[in-house]
Design a protein around this ligand. Structure first.
Ligand SMILES: Nc1ncnc2c1ncn2[C@@H]1O[C@H](COP(=O)(O)OP(=O)(O)OP(=O)(O)O)[C@@H](O)[C@H]1O
Ligand SMILES: [Mg+2]
Length: 591
């Protein structure tokens, strides 16, 4: 994986994408134009310089009055002032536009990103997406201001400079133009080769970042398995590779810059030689010659700088592509918070019709096969089955985290595809198997079920979830910080916070994916007790590992290898000889 954007060939479609990006600048275009005007002035000012220096030489060598010299000096000072002032305003204006544009762009990318379906996140790493929002967009910042301005300035200097040259001496200009482009082509070819090398270095750096990220994210596992030295070695070898590649790159870059010096100065020397010849036969004055040489140096330098601009444009296209790729992913239709329409209110019955599903990342393995299931409203359904049977997957279907590969999912009498996703999810709550808490306070975490909840509502939910007992004993109460991902709470506490969160949402359909981790009997009783209260007046679907929950269920669904193999009440299922359920529960009793 690479967290850095790849360089792309400069193609028409690549440039088009870059321009697509510039559309984010539209609201600020007037300001942008003002910046351009400043840019024109500051580049124009730098163009008159060589001419003025030539004039100065002319004035000096022809022995004119001091007054004349002062006049030229004053003009030079005025030009300097214009350049200084316009440069300042150009930078300030461009930065202003860019910062606003980037904020818009960041927001749009993020807004789009959070609306993308689970399918999208399955195939990508968080670090990679994060880097699109941070480094790629930061790179584009450079593209929008510095580089574009630089590029335009370079064009002005090259074309304006050549125009001045032609005016001074078209013969010498022709000669110059036959030498400099040759050098330039060599520079570009050499530069390409170097870019290939540095790409390798970039990939290695990205790889090393992945190691750091993974190690730190899983630092507990690293410690528990005493794999610190294993990780150190892993990191050491990659850092060594980075260093080696970097050193090799350095040698090449050194050679490249020597080459540029020789090439450019060689070209300059050739032009001086021709100029001196023309001066010798009287076709050119000393002042013109001085201006000519300075212009030529100017142009040559600019052409050299242009190669780096092209390199950067390639990078921008890479960055734009990866940012635009997010935009081109189809998002889920998520609506702003709104009241439910009367037709959208769920009664709580659910029907699976011949539903099959494979995860997009592993299309060849069917995780759910031909599920047919009718769940009446306000009932408690338990789903049991061996690990990997597809229980969690089944409830992900209900939440519409994924779309079924085939078959239908029907709520009340409406097919789920025809319902508003937001309305549907709003009426369901899921307490997942691996509970995720956000790094803030307990209050924030419970209120995640209903962001506008009052403290009273939060406390009530916490009480019903049997979470209030432990929250109220903490010195900070609801303001207790739960630590990153909730690691400062125990498993049972986290579970009760998650239950309180679900309760606050007051869902019509409650889905509970019980964690397999065994709570002690007191904690289990508390959680169980909370659940009993939580289930009243709703359709509840519980993936159960504890017999207490299962016994109370109106129906038990036994899932094995993605198929429903048995269903019925506890008593009925226990009567089945060699039944999967009987096997499972005998195992549990035996412990
Ligand atoms: N995101 C995913 N992408 C691809 N395959 C997955 C994904 N999540 C689960 N699976 C696969 O789907 C199958 C069912 O997984 P699921 O999580 O639904 O099992 P489960 O019944 O909940 O098991 P457990 O009791 O251990 O929680 C497993 O074989 C698993 O490897
Ligand atoms: Mg599961």
């Amino acid at each position: 994986m690479s967290t850095d954007s790849p360089k792309r060939k400069i193609t028409l479609s690549g440039l088009k994408k870059l321009f697509e990006l510039y559309s984010f600048m539209r609201p600020y275009r007037v300001q942008y134009m003002v910046g351009m005007v400043f840019l024109l002035f500051s580049s124009g000012a730098s163009l008159v310089f060589p001419k003025l220096l030539g004039d100065l030489v002319n004035v000096g060598s022809s022995g004119l009055m001091a007054e004349e010299i002062n006049r030229v000096i004053l003009i030079i000072l005025a030009v300097l002032a214009v350049q200084a002032i316009t440069s300042y305003f150009r930078i300030v204006t461009f930065v202003n536009v860019t910062e606003k544009t980037l904020a818009d762009l960041r927001r749009s990318v993020y807004n789009h990103l959070v609306k993308l379906p689970m399918k999208f996140f399955q195939s990508r790493r968080v670090g990679e997406l994060n880097s699109r929002l941070s480094s790629d967009i930061t790179l584009l910042q450079d593209a929008m201001t510095t580089t574009l301005a630089e590029f335009i300035r370079q064009l002005i200097i090259i074309f304006g400079g050549v125009a001045f040259l032609v005016i001074i001496s078209w013969k010498l200009t022709l000669f110059m133009l036959s030498v400099v482009p040759v050098v330039m082509i060599l520079v570009v070819v050499f530069g390409r080769y170097i870019r290939k090398l540095s790409k390798k270095a970039q990939n290695e750096v990205a790889e090393s970042n992945t190691i750091v990220e993974e190690t730190l994210q899983g630092i507990q596992s690293v410690k528990v398995f005493t794999n610190e030295f294993f990780e150190m070695r892993r990191y050491k070898s990659i850092t060594q590779e980075i260093a080696n590649t970097g050193i090799k790159n350095g040698r090449m870059r050194g050679a490249f810059s020597s080459f540029i010096v020789i090439g450019l100065f060689g070209a300059l020397a050739a032009v001086i030689w021709q100029g001196a010849r023309l001066m010798g036969i009287g076709e050119m004055g000393v002042d013109e010659f001085v201006s000519f040489i300075i212009y030529t140096a100017f142009i040559a330098g600019t052409i050299g700088g242009m190669a780096s601009v092209f390199g950067r444009v390639q990078k921008y296209i890479g960055a734009t592509e990866s940012v635009m790729e997010i935009f081109h992913e189809k998002d889920e239709h998520i609506e702003e918070d709104r009241e439910l329409l009367p037709g959208e209110v769920l009664k709580g019955s659910i029907r699976f019709e011949d539903l099959s599903f494979s995860y997009p990342s592993r299309p060849e393995t069917e995780v759910l096969s031909n599920i047919n299931l009718q769940i009446k409203s306000d009932k408690l359904i338990a789903i049991v089955g061996p690990s990997g049977a597809g229980k969690t997957t089944l409830v992900s279907m209900l939440m519409r985290l994924y779309n079924p590969t085939s078959g239908k999912l029907i709520f009340d009498n409406m097919e789920c595809q025809s319902m508003s996703l937001t309305a549907l999810r709003k009426q369901m709550a899921l307490v997942p198997q691996d509970i995720f808490l956000f790094g803030g306070t307990i209050r924030e975490n419970i209120a995640y079920g209903k962001p506008k909840a009052t403290d009273e509502e939060i406390i009530e939910a916490a009480k019903k979830a049997n979470a209030w007992e432990f929250i109220s004993t903490m010195s900070e109460g609801l303001d207790t910080i739960v630590g990153e991902r909730g690691t400062q709470l125990s498993g049972g506490q986290r579970q009760r916070v998650a239950i309180a969160r679900a309760l606050l949402k007051d869902p019509k359909i409650l889905i509970l994916d019980e964690a397999t981790s065994s709570l002690d009997s007191e904690a289990e009783r508390l959680v169980q007790d909370a659940l009993d209260k939580l289930m009243k007046g709703r359709t509840s679907i519980v993936i159960a590992h504890r017999l207490a929950t299962i016994r109370k269920a109106d129906e038990i669904i036994v899932l094995d290898k993605g198929r429903i193999v048995e269903r019925g009440t506890h008593e009925r299922l226990m009567l089945l000889d060699n039944g999967v359920y009987r096997g499972l529960s005998e195992l549990q009793f035996a412990v």
